[in-house]
Design a protein around this ligand. Structure first.
Ligand code: ATP
Length: 361
């Protein structure tokens, strides 16, 4: 069990800044996902918590204790990596026993057997216990790697893209399993990924990291429905949120190409509520729907079939808008259609800073 806090962490490699003023608060027993593009600083964050890298500035606390002077072993964290770190000439059982064998742990052989068998049951790899690990599939190897972490009951699990080398089907299956395992163990998991679907489906909380800074932390629901800025809005969601330029006119936010306006409620902190102020309208593709008699006309520019749904690209003058519609929707490219959207779901952003007016206050 562990509560992890990172306070104002910065890290530079040479003249490259990997992390800037990073703050994280991961509650005991939480499944926290750190989501970010390649190079955002995810692995560096994990390595610092694990004690493999030192921050230039800031502090890391585990259960309230500043761990600056603690070595990796004292921190008692388990790191699971994308590449499986298994001993290939040993069996699965030997691999799982390995973390329990060091004399310093003083674990009795009976207890080792009980723990290994229990972990093998949890991960459904009992039938593989006597097999050498170089005779396993990728998914099986990753299960064993996770098993090696679980078996020694660490305080914290740190997982660095553990599913990204697996094929899509296996990834989906292991997502669910890992989430179940975490709920059963009730332990703190910090899971790092660049895959927003993984983040949204597994995380109790998600922290979005962009260029070494946390841009937003929240539940998957908050991140998806109330993105703090246009970066989060376009990074999370597939297809991403439509972002369409508009401006402030006579106290109303006006989106010219779609002939749409909203009362402007940009609060005090967003000062500069002056006419002509550039804004961005954010509309999720699933909030756009086709309807004869709807106010705006478009041409169908593209149709992508996704089985249960279709993703349409609609062209309105120079503007493009994605719409997720039921698969039964019968449309052809270049067909004229009329569409509307749910006005309550529209998110307004300040174009200059990219920040949502809901977050700006
Ligand atoms: N030891 C190092 N020396 C120099 N630069 C480094 C070192 N480790 C990381 N970096 C740089 O710091 C930045 C953050 O790296 P990091 O590995 O934390 O990103 P990441 O989000 O985990 O990326 P990925 O998803 O590609 O693994 C990158 O630009 C990387 O090149």
């Amino acid at each position: 069990m562990a509560h992890i806090q990172l306070k104002n962490i910065s890290k530079t490699f040479g003249n490259h800044t990997a992390l800037t003023g990073l703050n994280l608060d991961i509650a005991d027993g939480e499944f926290f996902v750190l989501l970010g593009e390649t190079g955002a600083g995810k692995t560096t964050t994990l390595r610092m918590i694990a004690g493999l890298e030192k921050p230039d500035e800031g502090q890391i606390f585990i259960d309230g204790a500043d761990v600056a002077d603690w070595g990796a072993a004292e921190r008692d964290v388990a790191l699971v990596l994308q590449q499986y770190s298994l001993y290939p000439r040993y069996t699965v059982r030997e691999n799982l026993e390995f973390p329990l064998k060091p004399k310093i742990r003083r674990i009795e052989p009976d207890e080792i057997k009980t723990r290994v068998d229990r972990v093998a049951r949890t991960l459904r790899i009992e039938h593989l216990l006597d097999r050498k690990t170089d005779r396993l599939s990728g998914g099986e190897m990753q299960r064993v790697s996770i098993g090696r972490a679980i078996v020694r009951k660490p305080r914290v699990f740190l997982m660095d893209e553990p599913l990204s080398a697996l094929d899509a089907k296996l990834r989906e299956a292991l997502r669910t399993e890992l989430k179940n395992i975490q709920m059963n163990l009730g332990q703190t998991f910090l899971f790092v990924t660049h895959d927003q679907i993984e983040a949204m489906s597994m995380g109790d909380k998600v922290g979005v990291l962009n260029h070494g800074r946390i841009v937003q932390t929240g539940t998957p629901y908050e991140i998806y429905n109330n993105p703090r800025d246009t970066y989060v809005a376009s990074f999370v969601g597939s297809p991403p949120m439509n972002l369409i330029d508009g401006k402030l006119v006579n106290g109303r936010a006006v989106m010219a190409p779609l002939n749409f306006e909203l009362p402007f409620a940009g609060g005090a902190k967003t000062s500069g509520a002056t006419d002509g102020r550039p804004l961005v309208f954010g509309i999720r593709p699933e909030d756009v729907y086709l309807e004869s008699g709807a106010p705006v006309e478009a041409r169908v520019h593209d149709v992508e079939n996704h089985g249960v749904e279709k993703i349409l690209t609609l062209r309105i003058g120079d503007a493009m808008l994605r719409a997720t519609v039921p698969a039964r929707t019968d449309v052809e490219i270049e067909q004229p259609v009329r569409f509307a959207w749910d006005p309550d779901k529209v998110v307004l952003f300040d174009k200059g800073s990219g920040i949502s007016l809901r977050h700006a206050g």
